[in-house]
Design a protein around this ligand. Sequence first.
Ligand code: GLU
Length: 469
Amino acid sequence: MTVRVRFAPSPTGMFHVGGARSALQNWIYAKQQGGVFVLRIEDTDAARNKPEWTEGILSALDWIGISRGSYEGPYFQSANAGEHRAAAARLYDSGRAYYCDCTREDVQARTGSQYQGYDGYHRDRGLGPGPGHALRFRTPDEGATVVVDLIRGEPTFENKLIEDFVIARGDGSPVFLLANVVDDMTMGITHVIRAEEHLPNTPKQQLLWEALGVKPPIWAHVPVVVNEKRQKLSKRRDKVALEAYRDEGYLAGAMRNYLMLLGWAPSGDREIVPWSVIEDEFRLDEVNLSSAFFDEKKLRAFNGEYIRALPVAEFIDACQPWLTGTGTIAPPPWQPEEFDADAFAAVAPLAQTRIAVLSEIVPNVDFLFLASPLIDEAAWTKTMKDGSAELLDDAVAAFEALESWDAESLKSTLEAVGAERGLKLGKTQAPVRVAVTGRTVGLPLFESLEVLGRERTLTRIRAARLRLV
Ligand code: GLU
């Protein structure tokens, strides 16, 4: 039997990191089993789906390493509507489903509770199809449905506790539960690996498989991803969109490594490992049963390590979207023609060790590409004290006289300027840094001045000096 897994997102919003994790788990499982990964876009909820979300899913998957053309699909659930209706009709014809025209209020009035499920009122009343008649599945009165789950063992559900659930609405349209099963069936899916939140659907879906005469798949329900308060990650509250992380400058390698660590760990005391190790070692049945904490701080730290591990040339390439504002990334504060690739290459190794996400490259190097630096006013006020004006005057004089404009000479020169005033280098360089870069923190100052050049450095220090009059 060839293993066939699927990832079946609904295109109703940005691509959730939890979805990316399920996709990767399916992807690896298929690879390990010599199987096939199928992508199915569950787009039947026309009111909530938008084509751009589908494109977002495809490009986010591509980014994370599940590249277009390397899987089967994408299939679109909406294209299968005929099959869904045919399955509903088969279930009705075989007596496994029946029509019902009860409203929720009718059921409540009979059962006396809004929490009670459907009471089976129409089971044997022989109501035929008609407008407003929903189709309900007749669940068995006895026995139990045992689900085989690679992560959870054999969760068992008493059939008498499963209500006769709706499989097609009053307008004849099949609901998610049925469409999802029929698609899995027609696509020959053997393993359904998905989020834990679907577990309550699983006994119902397994009953549908059985009623349609097909052996159910093996299931694996992966625990949910939660925030630091142990709440399920939510679109409204948490940063969940994979695209947002990508645009902020997380590396795909770091992201997918981190996602796979949610609820699982490679052998040894390792966390940052090559993808090939994860592909070898990951075991679905080792995934932890408790919910997994998505720790953005840890992800950031991971990303910093991945950035530092890049060859410099790759780091330079990886920064380009932020430097040139391509794609979905916000444009930098300078014009493209002001960007100087050589100047950037000269400071790139210094920046590489200091940033944790690629977008942070911009505030670190913007002083190089702007006619005058963006002054952070709070930094200015904090730094420019009594004596700063004179110190800047001395720095200008000393820098003008400098023979060789290199980091080492710049450093010893400024050190001497400070020493005359009894100041340590840190105190001496702070006003110079703010004058030249606009900020109190950034790349090593003297290397920065070397790259910026004498003329621009002096112009900026003089401009700052004038502000202090
Ligand atoms: N479309 C469903 C979702 O996005 C997927 C259900 C499943 O994986 O079976 O939650």
